[in-house]
Design a protein around this ligand. Structure first.
Ligand SMILES: C[S@@+](CC[C@H](N)C(=O)[O-])C[C@H]1O[C@@H](n2cnc3c(N)ncnc32)[C@H](O)[C@@H]1O
Length: 238
């Protein structure tokens, strides 16, 4: 089996859109929360770790004037996103860039994407960075937003107690078996990941740690618009 980049999840990229909905409870609802939290005036959006473009498509549909610049280090995922975005007729409003967002956080001058974004979004990607890099990324996001710009991230969070870890695990397994009773079949499609660039296998932080990092990184107001057991949407405004 080929080694995957952290976050690619499935050995076969074509399995991602169905498989992620089986693995992540309320995946669509979680992404809808991000799109609903973007202001109606949203025009320029930076997406970190776009994957196959599921969040991107929701944003481009909801905001007919918005343009999305999307970073993802996986050429396989980017290709999938590009094909879907083209099929939906949105290609003139989307720019996909093959890049590591950790590299962007450390060396923004290397990237010709500018700043002055109205919003930045991410889902199920940043939890692959170590906490120090998460913080640097949040700082870089804060620096690249316009005044009153916002950032929303959906990610798994570290349970505060082992007892909660058990609860979150049980809820997730129940979800997976409801979607597809043969849990082993879904698991069999999940590939093996190795460290790639700044990303590793899951590097979860508690919600409280995320909130503190965002405040120190420059977000004036921090908010948690959605939480479901071990998953949360959090972010704020600069
Ligand atoms: C689980 S997928 C989620 C994709 C999409 N945001 C969604 O919610 O469906 C995570 C994505 O983040 C990307 N990713 C992970 N670490 C990254 C990094 N350091 N730089 C750029 N992309 C990264 C992976 O390649 C993958 O496409």
């Amino acid at each position: 089996m080929p080694q995957l980049f952290p976050g690619e999840v499935f050995a076969n990229t074509a399995d991602f859109d169905t498989g992620i909905r089986q693995l992540i409870p309320r995946y669509d609802e979680m992404l809808e929360v991000i799109t609903c939290c973007l202001p109606p005036t949203t025009h320029r959006v930076l997406e970190l770790g776009c994957g196959t473009g599921e969040l991107t498509l929701k944003i481009l549909k909801r905001f007919p004037d918005a343009k999305v610049i999307a970073l993802d280090y996986s050429p396989r995922m980017l290709q999938f996103a590009q094909d879907k975005i083209k099929k939906s007729g949105y290609e003139h409003r989307w720019t996909g860039i093959e890049a590591d967002f950790g590299d962007w956080a450390n060396n923004p001058e290397k990237f010709e994407i500018g700043n002055e974004f109205d919003a930045s979004v991410s889902s199920l990607a940043i939890h692959h960075l170590e906490d120090e890099m998460k913080f640097k990324l949040f700082q870089q996001v804060a620096d690249s937003l316009t005044h009153n710009g916002c950032f929303w991230n959906a990610d798994p969070i570290l349970p505060e107690l082992p007892a909660l870890a058990e609860v979150y695990k049980a809820v997730r397994e129940e979800w997976i078996t409801q979607q597809r009773p043969e849990l082993a079949e879904t698991r069999a499609e999940v590939g093996i990941t190795d460290t790639q660039g700044y990303s590793h296998s899951d590097q979860l932080a508690t919600l409280d740690t995320h909130v503190q990092m965002l405040s120190i990184a420059g977000f004036e107001t921090v908010a948690i618009p959605w939480k479901y057991y071990g998953l949360a949407v959090f972010g704020g405004w600069v």
